[in-house]
Design a protein around this ligand. Structure first.
Ligand code: UN1
Length: 485
């Protein structure tokens, strides 16, 4: 904090999910530290906002260059603490690097607007201003990418940041904080605080100097964050997951669809907000798709993400595993058929790791809990439909609205799906994952509250619009005085 490490209230172990070994300790900053962090951030922000945006952007460029130099080290650490397979870890670090270079470009744009005035000899414009001190709360499943989606636009726009990363993945947070320091970020512009319970986050929400909270995490926690922010009339941006579906029409390239489902359902062990957890398939190709999918699922190698031959890594921790196991029981009780997987896996020499078999439920109906609730694991439900209209109804009949995908060769269906799928992200002939950083990320309904991460739209979270009127008529022109009467 304020460019230095500070004493903390307590410590907890950090585990490698691949083998359950302790790899580090994570501090608990304690709620009291937020006063101190907010004071440092408040003072630093006043200075930071006076530095021209293109210069602030140069610092981000520097951050991106250091990340690029350190890409392999960061990726290895990411796999160590999060478990995702190394090629995905590299992809995530790259996402952060891309965000640095993209947001650095925003330093030379941060466009405002000019608007004609109602009155003669008067000029009207709107400009983006930093909000001040902002709070960001990030999850363990994309510990570096999501942190960059939030902190980079905040910083380039002239804010100071108080960042609470997940206590499951503190190593990535430490690395990013160090990189900012090395790049020359003035002290106090970025302050990292830790806490595994809700106390630190609650103190952030309650602190009056922290003007925005940007949160990514579970729906349950997000709702609490929203309620607490509501009490403070605090601006809050939420991203809270999905129940994403791949739709496979009867004219689809089935091999391509299977590839798309495999990657977006079982990649990252299904622990993405964007993960495919439902396959909505046209009745004419249901059997074929199921057969090919089951065959391909058998080829997935599961194990330690640091071993490049593995395609599916571990689940983050015991609680994550328990939640998935609970849904196995729920699915079976609801009458779904367990076509593959369904069990925890023990891997030799990794007995304390948290592994779960890629799982497919078939004969799933729209109202089952396994088809409605986010499981956050390598579990897919197959739902059969008769046509595109029904597929769209099924896709939309969940409380989330993050990502959806359709496999079809028919251009009319493509545009109909694009229009009617009620999600913030729509893919055609690709799975539900893989959003690019220069497009808006977020969704409808229970996924969020209308804000977006990444893309230029992220700036809307971290800036206020200021309307400015310049009257050069030399006389007092009174607007909104009706002279007709
Ligand atoms: C997340 O799971 O919260 O679109 C983020 C994707 C990634 C980001 C996922 N680029 O799958």
């Amino acid at each position: 904090m304020d460019g230095a490490w500070v004493a903390t209230a307590g410590k907890e172990n950090v585990y490698n999910p691949a083998n359950g070994e302790v790899i580090a300790e994570v501090p608990d900053s304690g709620a009291a530290v937020i006063d101190q962090a907010a004071a440092c951030a408040y003072a630093a922000q006043k200075e930071w906002a006076l530095i021209p945006a293109p210069q602030r952007a140069e610092l981000l460029l520097q951050v991106g260059m250091i990340m690029k130099e350190r890409k392999e080290r960061l990726s290895q650490l990411l796999t160590l603490e999060n478990g995702k397979v190394i090629e995905e870890a590299r992809g995530e670090v790259q996402e952060g690097i891309d965000m640095a270079f993209y947001m650095a470009g925003e330093g030379r744009r941060l466009f405002g607007q000019t608007t004609p005035s109602e009155l003669k000899d008067k000029f009207a414009m709107s400009e983006r201003c930093p909000v001040g001190v902002v709070g960001i709360i990030t999850p363990w499943n994309f510990p570096i990418a999501i942190a960059t989606w939030k902190s980079f636009p905040a910083i380039v726009a002239g804010n100071a940041v108080i960042w609470k990363p997940s206590s499951e993945t503190p190593l990535m947070a430490n690395e990013l904080a160090k990189i900012f320091n090395e790049a020359g970020l003035p002290k106090g512009v970025l302050n990292v605080v830790y806490g595994s319970g809700s106390a630190v986050g609650q103190a952030m929400i309650e602190h009056e100097s922290i003007r925005v909270i940007s949160f990514t995490g579970s729906n349950e926690t997000g709702r609490k964050v929203a309620t607490e922010c509501g009490k403070q009339l605090k601006k809050v941006s939420l991203e809270m997951g999905g129940k994403n579906a791949v739709i496979v029409m009867e004219d689809a390239d089935i091999d391509l669809a299977v590839e798309g489902i495999l990657w977006s359902a079982f990649g990252t062990s299904g622990q993405r907000c964007t993960a495919c957890s439902r396959v909505i398939v046209h009745k004419d190709v249901r059997e074929l798709l199921e057969k090919r999918l089951l065959a391909e699922m058998k080829t997935l190698t599961i194990g330690d993400g640091l071993d490049a031959k593995n395609k599916v890594g571990p689940i983050i921790n015991q609680a994550g595993l328990d939640k998935i196991l609970k849904y196995m029981e729920i699915g079976k009780e609801e009458g779904a058929k367990l076509a593959a997987g369904g069990k925890q896996l023990t891997i030799e020499n990794y007995e304390k790791g948290f592994y779960f078999e890629p799982t497919l439920f078939t004969d799933v109906t729209i109202d089952m809990r396994i088809a409605q609730e986010e499981i956050f694991g390598p579990v897919v439900s197959l739902i059969e439909v008769k046509d595109l209209e029904e597929a769209i109804v099924v896709n939309n009949k969940v409380k989330y609205g993050l990502s959806s995908s359709i496999f079809t060769q028919n251009v009319n269906r493509v545009f109909q799906a694009q229009r009617d799928l009620d999600t913030g992200i729509v893919y055609v002939n690709a799975g539900t994952t893989g959003a690019e950083i220069h497009l808006p990320f977020g969704g409808t309904k229970g996924t969020g509250n209308g804000h977006r991460d990444s893309g230029v739209q992220a700036l809307d979270v971290f800036t206020e619009w200021k309307a400015v009127y310049v009257d050069y008529s030399g006389k007092l022109q009174r607007a909104q005085i009706d002279t007709d009467a």
